[in-house]
Design a protein around this ligand. Structure first.
Ligand code: ZN
Length: 367
């Protein structure tokens, strides 16, 4: 896939390079090439909300722990802007090995107060997804003056809808068409407000609560948006750019040891026909996932999937993988994570995640 080996070899650490070039006598060249391709064709996006000790624990990381994360990135990874990562992958250009992009959702003032000084000290670029109708209005939010000043210093701002609604909510008597039109107006309005204040429009949309369905992601993709979710996984040139995964890195996910595996992960190439359910009805039948595995740097027998802390055994038919969830899903957000070790890159795992969203019996969506 990526053939610019000579120009990018300098990016590889010498130990890994010798492992790849000299340590693979039993491995075919094509497999080593696939692993080398994977290193240059992958990036990881981190997702934060609050950087503070005084905000809800589930979406917060302390400034001290945030500094620990950033120091780890400085020592082991190459931090690039989200926009450069997406641009390179879409064009099929090489990324530095272990490239990481840093993102924040919701535009809280503590990003500027607590995270920005740390990020500046490491000279890390980052992106904040904001709700333009809440900027300067809701408590704890950045003001437009602050957003503009940060923008002048190189921080990117992108779309998180006007005021952070559940996009999957249907209003009473609303047709599917009206629902889609209402969401389109909201996102385009938000994009317009960012453009008016900051002079640019990235057309990056982070779905509030990470919730989307096939219709939404297809529609916004057709309008030229790149979508971002909150299901986990690395991204690559073959990812679904209408709903890219990000690794949440705060709350229960802030532990550096478990984050290390995620930061080193690669995008598992599982391809589906686009009909995989994302939004399920309240009265759902247990969902089933069917994918074709297309990475030759993994072994099907080593692919493991986890759902609600239990191991799910995929059924294989050739390269076709099927996973059946045993019970109907309760209201809320769910996701299944699948990982598989790389055959050629020691200690690195391919990662894939699929989310499901279920409303309450009343048709509302849980925060
Ligand atoms: Zn949000």
């Amino acid at each position: 896939m990526l053939r610019q080996f000579t120009s990018t070899l300098f990016l590889l650490s010498s130990s890994l390079l010798s492992f790849l070039v000299y340590g693979q006598t039993a491995t075919s060249n094509s497999q080593a090439n696939t692993a080398l391709d994977a290193m240059q064709d992958n990036g990881v996006i981190l997702l934060y909300h609050h950087v503070s000790t005084e905000t809800p624990a589930s979406t917060s990381i302390s400034p001290e722990q945030f500094r620990v994360h950033m120091q780890h990135l400085a020592d082991n990874h190459t931090v690039i802007s989200l926009s450069n990562m997406v641009k390179a992958l879409r064009k099929g250009e090489s990324l530095p090995d272990k490239a990481v992009a840093i993102t924040f959702d919701d535009g809280f003032a503590n990003i500027l107060e607590n995270a920005d000084p740390i990020l500046k000290s490491f000279e890390f670029q980052y992106t904040v997804f904001i709700n333009p109708d809440q900027i300067g209005k809701r408590k704890n939010q950045l003001s437009w003056e602050q957003v503009k000043a940060m923008s002048r210093e190189g921080v990117d701002f992108a779309n998180h809808t006007l005021s952070h609604h559940h996009m999957l909510t249907r209003q009473p008597d609303e047709s599917e068409q009206q629902w889609l039109a209402r969401n389109t107006m909201d996102v385009m309005d938000a994009e317009q407000k960012i453009k008016k204040e900051l002079g640019y429009s990235l057309r990056f949309l982070a779905y509030p609560y990470g919730e989307f369905n096939q219709r939404l992601k297809q529609h916004f993709s057709e309008l030229g948006y790149i979508g971002f979710g909150q299901h986990s996984g690395a991204i690559a040139s073959y990812s679904d750019f209408s709903a890219l995964p990000r690794f949440p890195a705060a709350g229960i996910y802030a532990n550096l040891n478990s984050l290390k595996t995620k930061l080193n992960s690669l995008a598992l190439k599982l391809v589906a026909d686009g009909s995989q359910a994302l939004e399920l009805p309240y009265d759902n039948s247990p969902p089933q996932l069917a994918f074709t595995q297309q990475t030759d740097d993994t072994r099907n027998t080593q692919l493991q999937c986890f759902f609600n802390n239990s191991v799910m055994k995929p059924e294989w038919e050739g390269e076709q993988m099927t996973i059946t969830i045993p019970d109907k899903l309760k209201p809320g957000r769910h996701r299944i994570n699948c990982t598989s070790p790389s055959k050629n890159l020691r200690g690195r795992y391919y990662w894939f995640s699929h989310p499901w969203f279920v409303p309450t019996q009343e048709g509302t969506w849980l925060d």
